[in-house]
Design a protein around this ligand. Structure first.
Ligand code: H2U
Ligand code: ZN
Length: 342
């Protein structure tokens, strides 16, 4: 994009979802007199007797965690979805104004480490590699269940994102239906492939690697970019150099490369505002509905809420609730900031 043009208000298309984002670069200098959040400090204890995720502790559901040494996965004691039982309680409606469907699912919690004080940014690449292998095994196991069409792996990090506990952990929701975001991305990637004969995100990555404008960091297997169409100020996407549709198609070196880039991007985030950076992150993988989805490229999204410091967050309000998302900082400027935080 031409420099002068990039300084004018404009909108950009997200080809993964078909949605537009408004960019208003000239507004970055406006004063802020609104809400300021408390900066969050890292947890000090490596073991917290009151934590429901620490090894050996009793959870709220009265289950006891084993004395685990690496990762630990359990069925969520307060799951949003249930594997069975409700199938007949909700009747598919005849009235299109009142459409409802039964929905089955399996919800799990993944503890990344026994050490209560860690975060992905503070874990070793070896330890993150164990998490990558645990996620992969879960995708394989849950995706193989005949009625599971989507395996959503994600992490909410930090109080600002609603994480209930500082202990390093994420969640997995496997569901009977394909959720909205995965549906949009699957449809858009399929349409792109039909039109251009190559996976959308592979073509996109080639362009980003060639221009370098929005590239944050890269290794032999993965690259991290601030997408051209990013909505959140410091949003990033992690893309594989080789076309794969899910974590289960990564070879050993690529799984290691994924662990390394997750370590690198989270450390850059922490350095950006000198704080344990809050975010929601997660993977998008092919729907597990039995189709090959060759047009689908595995990727991760990081959506951090922070805007200009550890204490000023971006609110999605006003025009954004009623019209569409808008940002002031350009994706190119955000990428430069994240490169400098190396
Ligand atoms: P979040 O921090 O992203 O909310 O994830 C924590 C999850 O852990 C949450 O979904 C579950 C909550 O239901 N949980 C248990 O399964 N058992 C507990 O004892 C407490 C929390
Ligand atoms: Zn803990």
């Amino acid at each position: 994009m031409m420099d002068a043009a990039a300084q004018q208000p404009h909108r950009r298309l997200n080809p993964l979802t078909g949605e537009w984002v408004l960019i208003s670069p000239h507004r970055t200098l406006r004063p802020w007199q609104g809400q300021v959040e408390p900066a969050c400090a890292p947890a000090a204890l490596t073991y917290d007797p009151g934590c429901y995720l620490c090894p050996g502790n009793t959870r709220s559901g009265s289950r006891v965690n084993p004395p685990y040494a690496s990762t630990f996965i359990f069925d969520n004691d307060f799951p949003a979805l249930l594997p069975s039982g409700g199938e007949h309680a909700v009747q598919p409606a005849a009235d299109p104004l009142f459409t409802a469907q039964p929905e089955r699912g399996i919800c799990r919690v993944v503890c990344f480490s026994p050490n209560h004080s860690l975060t992905l940014a503070r874990m070793t690449v070896d330890a993150i590699e164990s998490v990558v292998h645990a996620w992969t095994a879960q995708f394989h196991e849950l995706g193989a269940i005949d009625w599971v069409q989507s395996v959503q792996i994600f992490e909410n990090r930090g109080e600002m994102m609603g994480a209930s506990n500082p202990h390093p952990h994420g969640q997995i929701w496997a569901s009977e239906s394909i959720p909205n975001e995965l549906r949009k991305e699957t449809d858009c990637q399929r349409q792109w492939f039909t039109l251009h004969g190559e996976p959308l995100l592979q073509q996109y990555l080639q362009r980003e690697l060639a221009s370098g404008e929005r590239l944050v960091c890269a290794n032999d297997s993965f690259a991290a970019v601030v997408p051209f169409w990013a909505v959140w100020p410091f949003e990033t996407m992690i893309l594989p150099r080789r076309q794969v549709t899910g974590l289960d198609q990564l070879d050993g070196a690529e799984a290691r490369g994924l662990a390394a880039i997750l370590s690198e991007i989270t450390r850059r985030y922490d350095r950006l505002f000198d704080t344990p950076f809050p975010y929601s992150m997660g993977f998008h993988q092919r729907p597990t509905d039995g189709a090959a989805h060759e047009s689908f490229t595995l990727h991760a999204h990081f959506y951090p809420p922070l805007l200009r410091s550890a204490t000023v967050r971006k609110f999605m309000v006003g025009f954004e609730m009623l019209g569409g998302p808008q940002r002031d900082l350009t994706p190119e400027a955000a990428a430069a900031r994240l490169r400098d935080a190396g």
